[in-house]
Design a protein around this ligand. Structure first.
Ligand SMILES: NC(=O)c1ccc[n+]([C@@H]2O[C@H](COP(=O)([O-])OP(=O)(O)OC[C@H]3O[C@@H](n4cnc5c(N)ncnc54)[C@H](O)[C@@H]3O)[C@@H](O)[C@H]2O)c1
Ligand SMILES: [Fe+2]
Length: 381
């Protein structure tokens, strides 16, 4: 089967990139923007950095901000109604994965109304039409939703978080401006950055990985390992390196898939509202240990990309240990809690069943039994 790559037609990178938003809106002839962002970003003036530019350029816009972290079916459905009443012809998504994912689902349902129940979009949905054009402006350096063909929605009623995969949701422009990320507090910077590292490592070791995605993932691992500590210290260089590193990870994993870390992380968010990056980060050394014998030489390259010296002289066991230890060290340096004190013993069985049904699981290089998944969850307790 041929390998397929989908990326943004246009993306901007670097400080001040948000100034290009107005240029793009005008060049496409859009008349009014539907600005989708979450309430905290509105409150702290992050959304305002972009709407100020729209105002200055006389571009009308309407705000939609009923978006929570781990966004819900309800966030999407009220968004669809708001879009219909807005008179807008472009969505400007400003925020982390939650704002961008909600925007994708809204944009898809507007042009493919037969999926208005949202649930039927799970997995690879047979939508016929590209979504409403989206200009995506990430404010976290983590999910890379601005360049992925995925979005993730929470079904509160069924206690599930489901992944939708659809090339029709690709934002037409990504605006990756590190200055939009500089207001992130330390804990959020660390967790979202570790989410990006998880994308890069799972994407590099996933079943469908190939030369081109390996190239993206190794460069992402290198950049994230080099710059995450500095980003957590809110240094300019660190913010710039992370903005780029997380995007490059997205160029890769979006096209090949992930693995068991993300499958398990989704269930933790569905059950306990655990922030996505926190869930991914705490599971990363555990899932890497589980997969270690199914990854050929790849952990040597992960260790090298993370700056470990002398990897060529290491035995297989040594370089596999080195890669896992480098991840643990980075995680601990940026203050990630390796445990999750919300997990309840009585939930373990269902959490494990749900993880094995998640759309990310089939990409994992090693098959897992329910008991093995349960044992991995237990390591978080
Ligand atoms: N589409 C994809 O490919 C993809 C990939 C991975 C994860 N996800 C999904 O993305 C969601 C997580 O997104 P996220 O980790 O980016 O966080 P988020 O969008 O859920 O935001 C988390 C919190 O951080 C705040 N925040 C965001 N940017 C900020 C800034 N610059 N300054 C201050 N506060 C800021 C928000 O207001 C919010 O309260 C999850 O639902 C996850 O499943 C999607
Ligand atoms: Fe993720």
């Amino acid at each position: 089967m041929a390998n397929k790559i989908s990326l943004n037609p246009t993306s901007y990178h670097g400080a001040g990139a948000i100034n290009e938003i107005a240029t793009e809106i005008k060049a496409h002839g859009f008349k009014k923007a539907f600005v989708a962002s979450d309430p905290d970003l509105v409150k702290f003036g992050v959304t305002g950095k972009v709407t100020d530019i729209l105002d200055k350029e006389n571009i009308p816009w309407k705000l939609y901000s009923n978006i929570k972290p781990n966004p819900t079916i309800e966030n999407v459905q009220t968004g669809v109604e708001a879009f219909k009443n807005s008179g807008a012809d472009v969505i400007v998504a400003i925020g982390g994965g939650s704002s961008m994912d909600t925007s994708k689902a809204i944009g898809i349902i507007i042009t493919n109304p037969e999926f208005e129940d949202v649930r039927s979009l799970e997995g690879v949905a047979p939508t016929k039409n590209p979504c409403v054009p989206i200009i995506a402006v990430p404010t976290t350096a983590g999910t890379a939703a601005e360049v992925t063909i995925n979005y993730v929605i929470t079904d509160i009623e069924k206690k599930r978080k489901f992944v939708c995969v659809d090339t029709h949701d690709m934002p037409i422009v990504a605006v990756v401006d590190p200055e939009m990320m500089s207001s992130m507090p330390k804990g959020l910077t660390a967790a979202t950055g570790m989410d990006a590292l998880t994308h890069a490592i799972e994407g590099y070791t996933t079943k469908g990985a190939w030369e081109m995605t390996d190239m993206f993932h190794l460069e992402a691992i290198r950049l994230i390992s080099k710059y995450l500590r500095s980003a957590v210290a809110n240094e300019k260089e660190g913010r710039e390196g992370m903005a780029l590193g997380q995007y490059i990870a997205g160029m890769g994993f979006s096209n090949v898939g992930l693995g068991i870390d993300h499958a398990m992380a989704h269930t933790l968010s569905a059950y306990y509202d655990t922030p996505h990056g926190v869930a991914c980060a705490s599971l990363l050394p555990i899932s890497m240990e589980f997969n270690r014998d199914y990854t050929g030489e790849k952990y040597r390259e992960i260790a090298r990309a993370m700056g470990v010296e002398g990897v060529d002289a290491m035995s297989q066991e040594e370089y596999r240990d080195a890669a896992i230890n480098a991840v643990k060290q980075l995680s601990s340096d940026v203050g990630i809690n390796p445990k999750n004190d919300r997990i309840k013993e009585e939930d373990l069985e269902q959490l494990s069943i749900d993880a094995l049904h998640d759309a990310c699981y089939p990409g994992n290089p090693r098959e897992a039994t329910k008991e093995q998944v349960l044992e991995m969850f237990r390591q978080l307790m």
